[in-house]
Design a protein around this ligand. Structure first.
Ligand SMILES: [Zn+2]
Length: 182
């Protein structure tokens, strides 16, 4: 079983947040998760965030009391998935601190320490001709943190929002192929 968490799936209603300077929701994350599920089938389960991050960020520790996080915690304990992939997306613009031109960015708190499966995924993506980067993630990325505390393997994946549908499908296939082999 592979879990796909999408904590920033829901956009706020207000246009107040529609500026290029803030990133109120992940516009390509849910679509990416659905494509991953379409490829992975019954082995893949999506957890779609239901609160905009401008109201409450579901990827923070203080959100563990929300129904979204409580359901996720219970499901992780019961099903012990082989991977918890935390799915996000980012605009390919200079206002965001990610390197421009990458198709996908992996964030991992422990990327350069013991948790080297992120590095393995990176190598596999690169072997498939995908422009990928691995970066140290924020310690506050709480879904990854909680999964790790439960001894589950977790990778945070950021998709570039300017990816074409065709490219997105190609990358999703590469991720599913890799994770089902592990
Ligand atoms: Zn996000």
């Amino acid at each position: 079983m592979i879990f796909l968490t999408v904590p920033h799936a829901t956009c706020p209603q207000s246009n107040l947040y529609n500026t290029e300077f803030i990133h109120p929701c992940d516009k390509l994350a849910l679509k990416s998760a659905k494509i991953l599920k379409k490829i992975g089938g019954d082995d893949v389960q999506i957890f779609e965030g239901d609160i905009p991050r401008t109201t409450q960020d579901l990827n923070r520790e203080r959100s563990r009391t929300t129904s979204y996080r409580k359901n996720l915690t219970e499901s992780m304990k019961e099903q012990m998935p082989s991977y918890v992939l935390d799915i996000h997306s980012y605009p390919d613009s200079k206002t965001i601190s990610f390197p421009k031109g990458s198709e996908i960015i992996l964030l991992d708190n422990n990327a350069f320490e013991a948790e080297y499966y992120s590095m393995k995924l990176l190598n596999s993506l690169e072997a498939d001709g995908i422009i990928a980067k691995l970066r140290k993630g924020a310690k506050t990325n709480d879904i990854q943190k909680e999964a790790r505390n439960l001894k589950l393997r977790s990778i945070l994946i950021e998709f570039n929002e300017s990816l074409s549908e065709e490219r997105l499908k190609y990358i999703a296939r590469s991720i599913v192929d890799w994770s089902s082999k592990q």
